[in-house]
Design a protein around this ligand. Structure first.
Ligand code: FAD
Ligand code: PYC
Length: 404
């Protein structure tokens, strides 16, 4: 049937690199593409290139499980993720491209009294920041999530949950493609199959990138290479407090609609939603070792599925269709690094760990503002590299909801 689909319009050009750009973005994932889009649209900087070693959106953007929420504990991160959430709410209209943002509600289950205390604290903190959040008891959870085992006979009985009803999912590929199409239309050059292999400096200041296709000059460079950030910093001559770990996900065969929200449990440690196609979309925490291979190990898959079956015994006979891994860059406080670097005119945006998809629009927006002005956006300032020297850490391990 595809033979009848002729003369499709190209979504973006395949340009020849110019010798000099005002800004080069390294990494054509969602964050890099969003940065380029907002640079051109909001800040009038159109002489921009996105340099991507593979294909656009083929990294973690393609591999994530698309959970969107903003219920982080501390003011700094709550405000950053809520900035993203507000952009999600109008993104399809802004891009004129359906990113399928679906605010179907994200539940975080509580299995112990300490879980309940933490949940109450986080919901209260969220509300003080103007972010929606509710604390539910077992009976309410049972009513809202019909197939969840809320009986007293499980290993870790469910005592309650938080729910952020504006949270949900969005279509990962569409996010990358929508931003790419929008950026290209505004004049941004999207350079695929072009790997950055070094940074050229003059008197210690970055003046461009060495790539597999030659040198490309730039007045400012923004690096947004989730999973490879430590390596990129090494190429630039400094170290980041970042580890690269595999993070896996899997989907089942398509089944009839059974789960109409997103359900996450830190304690039994697994999460689940159902795609519009009917696949159950499943994941858990990182694999413990460091590495760059985009695959994970079997014990993590087994542990993840044990957690899912514990929460939803009704799913025990469902067959899994596909499993894959991405490489996430984790920081000591489970928060991103959005920062200037020791190299003038070189900026990094990384360390989103297991949770950066939800931040894509906000991250792109604040990074674009920072690159356009040469000064960090106020929402980005608390996430500077210096916090690992000053001790002003923002510990979001609890709200990360996926162990890392
Ligand atoms: P990427 O999409 O990885 O983009 C980085 C790009 O940089 C890649 O395309 C890569 O090819 C390119 N690159 C690397 N090195 C170079 C180089 N030298 N030269 C040029 N280009 C280079 N987050 C959530 O919020 N919700 C979730 O439900 C969620 N689930 C996840 C599930 C899994 C299995 C995984 C792996 C991650 C998940 N995440 C989730 C995290 C999320 O995917 C990431 O934080 C986010 O996608 C990072 O976006 P990015 O655009 O920075 O990264
Ligand atoms: O950050 O919500 C999240 C998340 C879910 C799965 C992976 N990350």
């Amino acid at each position: 049937s595809l033979s009848h689909h002729e003369n499709w319009q190209r979504m973006w050009r395949t340009p020849t690199p110019k010798p000099l750009y005002d800004v080069i973005i390294v990494g054509g994932g969602g964050h890099g593409l969003a940065t380029a889009y907002y640079l051109a649209k909001e800040f009038g900087v159109t002489n921009v290139a996105v340099v991507e070693k593979g294909w656009l959106g083929g990294g973690n953007t393609a591999r994530n499980t698309t959970i969107v929420r903003s219920n982080y504990l501390w003011d700094e991160s709550a405000q950053l993720y809520e900035h993203a959430m507000k952009l999600w709410e109008g993104l399809s209209q802004d891009l004129n491209y359906n990113v399928m943002y679906s605010p179907r509600g994200v539940y975080n289950l509580c299995h112990t009294l300490q879980d309940m205390r933490d949940a109450e604290r986080r919901v209260s903190a969220n509300r003080l920041n103007g972010i929606d959040g509710e604390l539910l008891d077992t009976r309410q959870v049972e009513t809202e999530i019909p197939y969840l085992d809320c009986s007293k006979h499980t290993r870790y009985p469910i005592m309650g949950a938080t729910v952020q009803r504006r949270g949900g999912v969005a279509r990962h590929d569409a996010v990358a493609w929508g931003y790419a199409r929008g950026a290209d239309a505004l004049g941004v050059d999207l350079l695929q199959n072009t790997e950055v292999i070094g940074f050229r400096k003059q008197d210690g200041v970055v003046i461009g990138v060495e790539t597999t296709k030659g040198f490309i000059g730039a007045k400012r460079v923004g690096v947004v290479t989730a999973g490879n950030s430590g390596h990129m910093a090494k190429l630039a001559g400094f170290r980041l407090p970042i580890e690269s770990h595999p993070l896996q996900a899997l989907v089942s065969e398509p089944i009839k609609p059974i789960i109409d929200s997103v359900i996450m449990s830190n304690a039994v440690h697994g999460y689940i939603s159902q795609s519009d196609k009917g696949d159950l979309v499943i994941g858990a925490g990182i694999d413990g070792y460091n590495g760059y291979g985009q695959r994970g190990s079997y014990p993590t898959i087994e542990h993840t599925l044990q957690a899912i079956v514990e929460m939803f015994p009704v799913l025990s006979r469902v067959r899994m269709n596909r499993q894959w891994g991405g490489i996430v860059d984790t920081s000591p406080d489970a928060c991103p690094i959005i920062s200037k670097t020791p190299v003038p005119n070189l900026f990094f945006n990384c360390g989103w760990g297991t949770g950066g998809f939800k931040a894509t629009p906000g991250s792109g927006h604040v990074f674009a503002a920072s690159l356009a002005k040469g000064e960090m956006h106020p929402l980005a300032k608390p996430f500077a590299i210096e916090r690992f020297h000053t001790g002003a850490l923002i510990d979001e391990h609890g709200a990360a909801a996926v162990a890392h």
